[in-house]
Design a protein around this ligand. Structure first.
Ligand code: PLP
Length: 357
């Protein structure tokens, strides 16, 4: 006897990246930061007293929100803390999408979006990305036409790393007559020379919701902590109504706060990742892979020659290196490779060189 809702029976779940079989595996498949979190985070962890575990956490994550507000130049009432960015995606759906109303997204993008839409029994309005994975000019018009209640747009784009400009995002927010969730999971890795900062848009558009995560930029994927930012009226229902009462545990709140307070440490890891991104891309190009320029902490490499992407994936895995493969249109000839430490990247490049020779 199956007790699930029909829509749950019909769908497949999200497929997470593989976990390594051995501690020596080079794990370049889930876009983790290759560097350890700040020592201040580890000190905060060791400083957790038994009594703070005995009690419920502060329900609104106020201390973190105040610090993040200061950091980003917004108000604490414009921030909601969540149990990983993924929770914000789910919360946005719960809050803004009447069950059965469509959810919009660029295709391809983060493979969790369609899964969450299916859980909600919402039709998916997928608009194909342009050449080079850009957002088509008529993106917002098509979403409006389809009557979407919420649109997901990841920027920098995953899995290509392409950055869409502030002007283009502002135009989409202006044209859309529903909520635009701009998923900035990877924004920390954008070149500082680009002076890319979309946050002022939350003052100009009452329908724009930003997703941030501590998983990538702050090396805390194991912790599960993220946050959303938007104008106070957009954030209020998430903060006061749809969120679980204690959605972020006490350890996560304290450690996320310690990490953000030591942002300089994190920024140094972003710089190191950017330097390696340039080097690894050049090496992949030299191996004959087509690799779009990425503003993220990963590269999407088209596998050249007579090897298929699944063959290259399997050969890398046999050599102790995990990368990500998506069996989906436009992605099934490529591998998505997380930027690792210089040593990890060297191992990847040398084995890939052998595989593609
Ligand atoms: C595009 C994108 N958005 C959001 C997330 C969510 O990150 P987390 O739930 O770890 O904060 C991820 C994680 O891989 C991602 O790739």
């Amino acid at each position: 006897m199956a007790y699930e809702r029909e829509s749950i029976q019909r769908m497949s779940g999200y497929v997470p990246g593989k976990q390594p079989a051995s501690p020596t595996t080079v794990k370049l498949n889930t876009n983790e930061n290759p560097y350890a979190p700040s020592p201040a985070v580890m000190r905060a962890l060791h400083g957790i007293e038994p009594d703070s575990l005995r009690r419920y956490p502060e329900p609104m994550s106020l201390a973190f929100r105040e610090l993040a507000a200061q950091t980003h130049g917004v108000g604490a009432n414009e921030i909601v803390a969540v149990n990983g960015g993924d929770e914000l995606l789910r919360l946005a759906i719960t809050t803004f999408v009447e069950p059965g109303r469509p959810i919009g997204m660029l295709e391809p993008s983060y493979s969790l979006y369609p899964v969450l839409a299916q859980i909600h029994n919402s039709p998916i309005i997928g608009v194909a990305a342009g050449q080079g994975f850009g957002v088509p000019e008529d993106f917002a018009a098509r979403m409006n036409q389809a009557g979407v209640a919420l649109t997901f747009l990841v920027n920098p784009h995953a899995p290509s790393g392409l950055l869409t400009s502030k002007a283009a995002i502002a135009k989409i927010a202006r044209e859309l007559n529903s909520v635009l969730l701009v998923d900035e999971a990877y924004v920390d890795f954008v070149d500082p020379e680009r002076a890319h900062d979309l946050l002022p848009l939350l003052r100009e558009h009452d329908n724009i919701l930003f997703l941030r995560t501590m998983s990538k930029g702050y090396s805390l994927a194991g912790l599960r902590f993220g946050y959303g930012m938007g104008c106070a009226s957009l954030i209020a229902p998430l903060l006061e109504k749809t969120r679980d009462s204690y959605n972020v545990d006490v350890v996560a709140q304290r450690l996320a706060q310690a990490a953000m307070a030591d942002r300089g440490y994190a920024q140094d890891t972003w710089r190191r990742v950017r330097e390696e991104r340039t080097r690894v891309r050049a090496a992949l190009l030299a191996l004959g892979c087509l690799v779009p320029e990425s503003q993220s902490n990963f590269l999407l490499a088209q596998v050249p020659g007579d090897k298929s992407a699944p063959q290259a994936l399997a050969a890398l895995e046999a050599g102790g290196i995990l990368v990500r493969y998506f069996p989906a249109p436009r992605l099934d000839t490529a591998l998505r490779i997380t930027i690792g430490s210089p040593e990890q990247n060297d191992k990847l490049l040398s084995l890939l060189g052998v595989i593609l020779r």
